[in-house]
Design a protein around this ligand. Sequence first.
Ligand code: DGL
Length: 262
Amino acid sequence: MIGVFDSGLGGLSVLAAIAAALPQADLVYLADTAHVPYGDKDDAFIRDRVLRIGRHLVEVQGCRQLVVACNTATAAAVASLRAALPQISVIGIEPGIKPAASASRSGRIAVLATESTARSERLAGLIRQHAGDVEVDILACPGWATRVETLKLDDAAFAEAARRHLEPVLAAGADRIVLGCTHYAFLAPVLRPIVQGRAELVDVADAVARQCLRLAGESAHRCGGLTLLATASPERLDRALDVLGLDALAGRLSRPAAQVDA
Ligand code: DGL
């Protein structure tokens, strides 16, 4: 059983990639909707939530592998989670600085992230390690994850605000825009027309899914089931599958999302 979690709906973008790469795997997704967003919280709060959720997925749900489908939680807490659960394999997600830097022709890229990820030492380290010869603009995007949580994505005022936010880095020549928060994958339909002809969006959900496949392998005697859990308003998860067009995930469900105390 593989446990995948995020502050809310964003990790569904990673879950969809994992489900496609591992059609037989039994998956549990936990959305910490009682505490979303994480991006404006401090590290100690995020670490506490990540440890509670990790333990719940292992001890109550029986997961043997965890995927932290949240850049913010990975930056703040993946090391603590690995230390707390040494017998469990833990995969985190980090902004795709490396693929973006190596694909950039202009020598300038931008990363969109939550406030917490934007100021994290982990992101600074990733940039030092993989983008030494590239200019990197870090754009914190307050409120964007919450916008996804509302599931109202076709809002003209938001599209205009996003355009104003991105325009300076596009004008400066950034040709790769890294989606450094799993929620932002669901904003791609809004962002793509803004960057079109000037830059490409970079998302690493598929790379995380490949890593998951390498670690988990595929086994014929699993059922390919999916359980959705949330710490509040579980019905939002069911609605999200519908609104976000995640039909393949919906097809693996045998019951509606349930609330858990984690
Ligand atoms: N989806 C998360 C991420 O990848 C966090 C969004 C939030 O809760 O602020 O960073």
